[in-house]
Write a protein of this length. Structure first.
Lengths: 380, 289
């Protein structure tokens, strides 16, 4: 789960990472009150999870409460690069001496955390890595041992003398954010040395491990602030693994790898998938019915492909679930069904007996993909 | 031979008395696997259709000489089960559980480093050496003994490809599901190394997916060390960046972890990469003939 800047900064504040004073506004009027309280000279920052805010008009540095109101109103009404903006963060303007970069993230191949500090900040880290590799220092943190002091000294060793102590303190607290919140990424870009000598986090990018959210109910609650597609919401409530895509063939399968592979094969067949939907292992008839209902409620779907390879999942149960859905909704599109593996013969027989004009059986995954692509094309 | 599991594998099932544990333990036993014990704290003295249950792995090992753990414990307690099995010095731990926090996994894999125990998974379908032993949830009936080794990050996609191989009368030496989590035990490299040394394996199929760089690192290993042919498949060419595609580890971060980059890395290492599961089976057939 990716947090918004202001949510990440709330976690930072709890851990004692120095921040610039700021508040969240949901309207121009609110923005005005906050800007007045902060003395008028403020930064107005759109709360979106897309990079490039600085260059793209997502951050406005203004000199008065009137300007802050105008900037906030513009961002809230226009959005940012096609994404709706529901909140802006208003922060006091500060005098920056130098900008750095600091991040701690999960290094999945090492099974450890990787800390990176750059003496250049405020720009894309991948760009710094290619253009000025000497600006970067890295250290691998063993999750059993934690961040050693010598690692901290090394990581900040190339920063200006006045920034070392403050940055070292921030780094230790960043690792606390990782440990106490099950974060997989904590990034501060830029980390700024102010002219008054303080080192502060001007931005916050935090990702929390979805698998650990049960340990952090207060963090899980933050997700309610995220905008979500209505079909996606319905799928989530039903406990399905669903991702909305922009094609026209609705996909249902069992197992993440098989579903991903199905999306690819549909593309090779000349169409595009409308979604990723994994019913998981051992899906019940009810889960199948709900899945089909979710897919059929997506107006962009012009044909459906059900691709099941039964292991724990039984194909006869899947077939019953498909028929169950047809009793509850009347689809306007064709449903191509491919069943293989556990009880596939029984499953196919159940569908054959039902003899529904909406169900198109397929013998193999490839054949199913081609049929679904054809039907989607014909329905266009 | 085969790798990881075979006739001498003796399994203790942690979480045997749960619904999933019981169902799959009995299926594994029916396949011919030696399922010798179960562990559920507080249920020592009971049995599941003749399989004795113990309070701890240490007790189970002392009584039954189990050498492999199979874990069906819920995500909140699964890592504890891995530590327990490792401390009982089992040589192999297969963890099926999905949904374990990644920090717990990073800690336990760090703990296992330098120890004699190999972890498979978590969030994996397990390991099968057809005709010998099945430890996990892979449906035994779709496999057939033979000389192709399979290693995969996915469950059902593996079944699909095994099914296509079996339909072409191509058997398997061992199928290893390494799991879909970003941090896991044995990976492609550890599996390839074992297949390379296994006289019963003649060719390896590597089934990857988006996210991370396991496939890229496997490609370097293949180019430098592998003496046997490898056929590859990567799922997720059409997956959008930044979206988690079912598996916790299946996510393209920025421009990294794309299917395209992985397929190219494998091809550069001399691996033939199929575009569909059927094409993978065709490539295997071509390489064997």
């Amino acid at each position: 789960m990716d947090l918004y800047e202001h949510q990440g900064k709330e976690l930072f504040a709890k851990q004692g990472i120095p921040l610039v004073e700021g508040f969240v506004a949901g309207s121009g009027a609110e923005a005005r009150r906050i800007a007045e309280r902060l003395g008028g000279k403020v930064a107005v920052k759109a709360q979106v999870q897309i990079g490039g805010r600085g260059k793209g008009g997502g951050i406005a540095l203004v000199g008065s409460a009137e300007e802050a109101t105008a900037a906030a109103t513009r961002m809230l009404s226009e959005g940012f690069r096609g994404t709706a903006v529901t909140r802006v963060l208003i922060e006091q303007l500060v005098d920056i001496d130098e900008q750095f970069y600091a991040a701690i993230s999960l290094d999945r191949s090492a099974g450890a955390y990787l800390a990176i500090v750059s003496s250049d900040g405020g720009m894309d880290i991948e760009q710094i890595a290619t253009e000025r590799p000497a600006a970067l220092r890295r250290a691998t943190i063993d999750p059993l041992l934690g961040l050693h002091d010598y690692q901290v000294r090394y990581l900040v060793g190339h920063l200006p003398a006045g920034a070392k102590e403050g940055s070292a303190d921030v780094l230790r607290r960043m690792y606390d954010v990782i440990e106490q919140n099950d974060a997989t990424l904590v990034e501060i870009n830029p980390l700024a040395l102010l002219t008054d000598g303080l080192v502060v986090a001007l931005d916050a990018k935090v990702t929390i491990d979805d698998n650990a959210l049960w340990r952090h109910p207060e963090t899980e609650a933050l997700a309610s602030a995220f905008p979500i597609d209505p079909v996606e919401l319905r799928a989530r409530e039903a406990g399905l693994q669903y991702v909305k895509l922009d094609g026209e063939v609705g996909i249902i399968g069992n197992g993440a790898g098989l579903v991903m592979s199905t999306l690819d094969v549909v593309q090779l067949a000349g169409a595009r998938a409308a979604n990723f939907l994994d019913v998981g292992g051992g899906a019940s008839a009810e889960v199948m019915t709900t899945s089909l209902e979710v897919i059929l409620s997506d107006p962009s779907v012009r044909s459906v492909l059900v691709n099941i390879f039964g292991g724990i999942t039984r194909c006869d149960v899947v077939a019953e679930g498909i028929l169950g859905a047809l009793e509850r909704v009347t689809p306007t599109v064709q449903i191509v069904v491919r069943l293989d593996g556990t009880n596939a013969v029984e499953g196919r027989a159940i569908l054959a007996r039902a003899d529904s004009p909406r169900i198109v059986p397929a013998e193999s995954m490839l054949e199913a993909a081609h049929k679904a692509a054809e039907l989607a094309g014909a329905a266009a | 031979m085969a790798i990881l599991v075979d006739e001498i594998t003796r399994v203790v099932v942690q979480g045997l008395t749960g619904r999933e544990g019981r169902f799959h333990a009995l299926r594994n036993r029916a396949y011919g696997t030696q399922v010798v014990a179960g562990v559920t704290p507080g249920k020592a003295g009971q049995d599941v259709e003749g399989i004795p249950v113990f309070d701890t792995v240490a007790d189970a090992v002392a009584e039954t000489a189990a050498n492999t753990a199979l874990i069906f414990v819920p995500p909140r307690f699964a890592v504890e089960a891995v530590y327990e099995a490792a401390d009982a010095e089992l040589r192999l731990i297969v963890c099926i559980t999905e949904g374990i926090p990644v920090r717990d996994l990073a800690r336990v894999t760090s703990y296992l480093r330098g120890r004699p125990t190999t972890l498979v998974g978590p969030n994996c379908p397990g390991v099968i050496s057809p005709g010998k032993s099945n430890v996990g949830i892979i449906p035994g009936e779709i496999c057939t003994p033979g000389r192709v080794g399979l290693v995969s990050r996915s469950g059902t996609l593996t079944y699909q490809i095994v099914h296509e191989l079996t339909q072409r009368r191509i058997g398997q030496s061992t199928c290893v599901g390494v799991g879909g989590d970003p941090v896991h035990g044995i990976g492609f490299m550890g599996s390839l190394e074992r297949f390379n040394d296994d006289p019963e394996t003649g060719l390896v199929v590597l089934i990857g997916e988006i996210g991370g760089d396991d496939e890229e690192r496997a490609a370097s290993f293949i180019a430098e060390k592998m003496t046997k042919p490898v056929v590859g498949y990567i799922a997720g060419f059409t997956a959008p960046p930044g979206k988690r595609m079912g598996h916790a580890g299946a996510i393209i971060t920025g421009s990294r972890g794309t299917a395209q980059a992985k397929a190219e890395a494998l091809e550069a290492a001399g691996v033939k990469v199929g575009r569909t599961p059927s094409e993978v089976a065709q490539l295997v057939e071509g390489s064997l003939s």
